[in-house]
Design a protein around this ligand. Structure first.
Ligand code: ZN
Ligand code: ZN
Length: 131
């Protein structure tokens, strides 16, 4: 299988699994869904990093130890559930103009940001209630 076909599978799988997977997790899904592709973990890593450099996917660096990847490259924040470790998207509307406000109050020009909020997601909160 050629490189562009492999890359296609990687992007496709990332887009369909919009839960901000790590490279390892994405590799597991690819292995299951495309058993014949012979895509190894190193290939997944290499492609994700290349795509991140090219701005086609977003690498979320702000998280402990693991790098998660996001096919959604428009500005948004993230919420990580401490219980199920899933990462969810939070729209910027919730705290708009953050870049402008930082500039106004500090004079710093933000060129990029990675905002990750931690807590317990709705699903896990409901699980707790049912216990
Ligand atoms: Zn959760
Ligand atoms: Zn996201």
């Amino acid at each position: 299988m050629n490189y562009s076909k492999q890359r296609e599978i990687i992007i496709d799988t990332l887009t369909k699994n919009a839960v901000h997977p790590t490279a390892e997790k994405l590799y597991e899904i690819i292995k299951k869904e495309h058993p014949d592709s012979k895509i190894g973990i190193a290939t997944v890593y290499r492609n994700l990093n290349k795509l991140a450099t090219a701005g086609k996917v977003k690498k979320i660096n702000a998280l402990e130890n693991s790098e998660h990847f996001d096919h959604n490259t428009h500005d948004h924040y993230h919420f990580m559930c401490n219980k199920c470790k899933q990462i969810f998207d939070i729209e910027v509307d919730i705290a708009p103009d953050i870049v402008k406000k930082i500039y106004e109050s500090t004079g710093f020009k933000v060129t990029d940001y990675d905002i990750v909020l931690n807590g317990i997601c709705k699903n896990c909160l409901n699980d707790n209630i049912n216990l």
